[in-house]
Design a protein around this ligand. Structure first.
Ligand SMILES: Cc1cc2nc3c(=O)[nH]c(=O)nc-3n(C[C@H](O)[C@H](O)[C@H](O)COP(=O)(O)OP(=O)(O)OC[C@H]3O[C@@H](n4cnc5c(N)ncnc54)[C@H](O)[C@@H]3O)c2cc1C
Length: 292
């Protein structure tokens, strides 16, 4: 019997994860599923938990490097419409975990909800951003959370109130298996002002970061208030290359993969940059990217 018996319409064995990551690299998931309802999601989680198989979530895969050998167990992808809904209330947005962050940001700006305009241009989903407490310009997504609905590894759905959660730099205590949806609360501002601010930040990002079509990964956390990209640049490492993977000339905290690259080369470049930064500046860079 296969672990995905009865789920063949939404689950597959030995699915390459490369197409689900921004780097477009990496090996297969032993099992991969895109459930279409919450019931299917829960049933899959319970089945794999009972068999004590690892279960992981993938959002847009913009903060994950998958190793060449792939991963054991189940990888879940929340691509179905039910996980990507977004609704607007008085000063509030409720968003599915699979909703694109860009949709969340543009909706907030249109409604005159202040804060999310700072996140313009960060690739990913709302669930991935909450899990990593993604942010920019001193604003993190955790700042606005009111509550979140999560699914645990035992298949239980829980509501976590904003007061019970803690967010720090690129870290969140929202670490249950699945962030199903979250509600955010905002201060009001003029939509025109927020639109102008978002456009300004978008132009800056477009001129300092690779295009969305490029296979890229944002690698390290900032260190003691200093941007990781600036630290790497100070060591003269822009353009450093291992095989077909290169430190971006635009932002040194981004690595770019060209055709023929492997995730092993990404991992080697991470180690090489860490070593060189430590030798030159005695700074130990910590990875922001998740290595699977
Ligand atoms: C060019 C580029 C620029 C970037 N700029 C920034 C930046 O300025 N600031 C910043 O903070 N980040 C930045 N990032 C990193 C990345 O975009 C963010 O961390 C993003 O929020 C990750 O979202 P994702 O959906 O891609 O998550 P993934 O990469 O798919 O997953 C990341 C983690 O979140 C977990 N996860 C995903 N979805 C869920 C869910 N629904 N429930 C529970 N866990 C989940 C995964 O299991 C994994 O552990 C950048 C990345 C790139 C490639």
């Amino acid at each position: 019997m296969s672990l995905i018996d009865g789920f063949e319409h939404v689950a597959r064995e030995n699915e390459s994860l490369a197409g689900y990551t921004r780097l477009k690299l990496g090996g297969p998931a032993e099992y991969f599923a895109e459930p279409t309802t919450e019931q299917e999601l829960t049933a899959l989680v319970m089945r794999f938990s009972e068999e004590q198989k690892p279960i992981r979530l993938i959002g847009s895969g913009s903060n994950i490097v998958v190793g060449e050998e792939g991963v054991e167990g189940l990888v879940l992808h929340l691509a179905a419409p039910v996980f990507c809904e977004l609704s607007v209330g008085q000063n509030r947005i409720t968003s599915g975990g699979g909703t694109k962050l860009a949709h969340f940001v543009s909706t907030a700006v249109r409604e005159g909800f202040a804060g999310p305009e700072q996140l313009v241009g960060i690739p990913g989903t709302v669930g991935g951003a909450l899990h990593c407490n993604s942010g920019a310009h001193g604003e993190d997504i955790g700042t606005w959370i009111e509550s979140a609905e999560v699914l645990t590894r035992s298949g239980e759905v829980l509501t976590r109130s904003g007061d019970s959660l803690s967010f720090s730099y690129r870290q969140s205590s929202l670490d249950e298996l699945v962030i199903l949806r979250a509600t955010f609360q905002f201060e009001k501002e003029s939509p025109e002002m927020l639109t102008k601010q978002m456009q300004k930040l978008w132009i800056v990002r477009r001129s300092t970061q690779p295009f969305s079509q490029e296979n890229a990964v944002y690698v390290f956390k900032d260190h003691g208030g200093e941007s990781a990209g600036e630290l790497i640049d100070r060591c003269g490492l822009k353009g450093l290359q291992v095989g077909q993977v290169q430190v971006s000339e635009l932002d040194a905290n981004i690595f770019l993969a060209s055709p023929g690259a492997t995730s092993q080369e990404v991992l080697e470049l991470i180690e090489r940059v860490k070593e060189r930064v430590y030798e030159s500046l005695s700074v130990e860079l910590e990875t922001a990217v998740r290595i699977w």
